[in-house]
Design a protein around this ligand. Structure first.
Ligand code: NAD
Ligand code: UDP
Length: 336
């Protein structure tokens, strides 16, 4: 049985579908602080199966023990965490407590129940401002905000856990920029309030919820001056977790892998791709650079192909079409 912490969230809910398709039995554990059970109800419709769900907090030892006593957990995919960069700057302790303390409690209970396989949601943010692109896994690590630091610290913690006990099997997946939605248009990203990330902001502008997109800076050293990122379809990303689980038992060291496409697109390229996919105009205004932003970030995904036999399959138009289907069918997300 696979435990999926944070499985009601954006990436977790898509991963539930990929797990089911690959024949894995799983249980979702989530405190619903940034999601609702509606996502899981919709996943149930897609997979035509009831999902095992326990509501609880990863920081609570009792909650975690309940999962491990109720089910025989063989491995964990650990999505649960807070992810808003801006909020992490305002409320660092909240982020250190939730993400780091939560992971410590999870690892402690895993040890207690002799469960030693974990796939962790890390992020390309651990590369800080990379000296060059594309980014390889052995590039130097650094971070510029408390959210990023929680990812880097948890990576370090997991490396220490492995050093102390080589029976642990650990995969660190460094996601680039997840976008898109399941092709059904019934599940997708449902940010709280005003989106921080580009794609949901574009989608909400196209659907008429936002007046215009602020493009943060047009004077970077990039193709058109706007920031370049490696956008990856969430369904491809979900599959990366399945491949990780299929390989994890054979690992003899901590496996660290970039999950990206290897292609970088600028903000303005994203706007025009979305306009094409949606048939809607996306109004935008050039605004000052956002503090802490970097010019360009995209992956060298060759190691993922080599070790996980994984590569992204979905192109930018599919990312935009699927985001638009979700956004236009559900203008107010799961509360639509
Ligand atoms: P999300 O907010 O949609 O999902 C996270 C889930 O974790 C939510 O359902 C939330 O309710 C749950 N959660 C948070 N704290 C919890 C706690 N203490 N106990 C139990 N459940 C808790 O986010 P997502 O986009 O699906 O991201 C999943 C993971 O991937 C996160 O760890 C995030 O940091 C990481 N990640 C996300 C991105 C991205 O751009 N979406 C990029 C890189 C890494
Ligand atoms: N961006 C933007 N306007 C927005 C949100 C983001 O111009 O409202 C830009 C941002 O400066 C970056 C890119 O879009 O160049 C992706 O930003 P996002 O926050 O989605 O991802 P991250 O910067 O964390 O990679």
């Amino acid at each position: 049985m696979v435990l999926v912490t944070g499985g009601a969230g954006y990436i977790g809910s898509h991963t539930c579908i990929a797990l089911d398709e690959a024949g894995f039995d799983f249980v979702v554990f989530d405190n619903l602080c940034n999601s609702s059970q509606e996502s899981l109800k919709r996943v149930e419709k897609i997979i035509n199966k009831k999902i095992k769900f326990i509501e609880g907090d990863i920081r609570s030892k009792e909650d975690m023990q309940k999962v491990f006593t109720t089910y025989k957990i063989d491995s964990v995919i650990h999505f649960a965490g807070l992810k808003a960069v801006g909020e992490s700057v305002e409320l660092p302790l909240k982020y250190y407590d939730n993400n780091i303390n939560g992971t410590l409690v999870l690892l402690d209970v895993m040890k207690e129940y002799k469960c030693k396989k974990i796939v962790f949601s890390s992020s390309a943010t651990v590369y800080g401002d990379p000296h060059t692109t594309p980014i390889k896994e052995d590039f130097p690590l650094s971070c510029t905000n408390p959210y990023g630091r929680t990812k880097l610290f948890i990576e370090e913690i997991l490396r220490d856990v492995y050093r102390a006990d080589n029976d642990f099997k650990i995969v660190l997946l460094r996601y680039f920029n997840p976008v898109g939605a399941h092709e059904s248009g019934t599940i997708g990203e449902d940010p709280n309030g005003k989106p921080n990330n580009l794609m949901p902001f574009i989608a909400q502008t196209a659907v008429g919820k936002r007046e215009f997109l602020s493009v943060f800076g047009d004077d970077y050293d990039t193709v058109d001056g706007t920031g370049v990122r490696d956008y990856i379809h969430v369904v491809d990303l979900a599959q990366g977790h399945v491949n990780s689980l299929q390989k994890i038992a054979a690992l003899d060291s901590v496996l660290t892998v970039n999950l990206g496409t290897g292609n970088g697109y600028s903000v303005l390229e994203m706007v025009s791709a979305f306009e094409k996919a949606s048939g809607k105009k996306v109004a935008y205004k050039i605004a000052p650079r956002r503090e802490g932003d970097i010019a360009a970030c995209f992956a060298d995904p060759s190691y993922a192909k080599e070790v996980l036999q994984w590569q992204a399959t979905k192109e930018l138009n599919e990312m935009c079409e699927d985001s638009w289907r979700w956004q236009s069918n559900n203008p107010n997300g799961y509360s639509s």
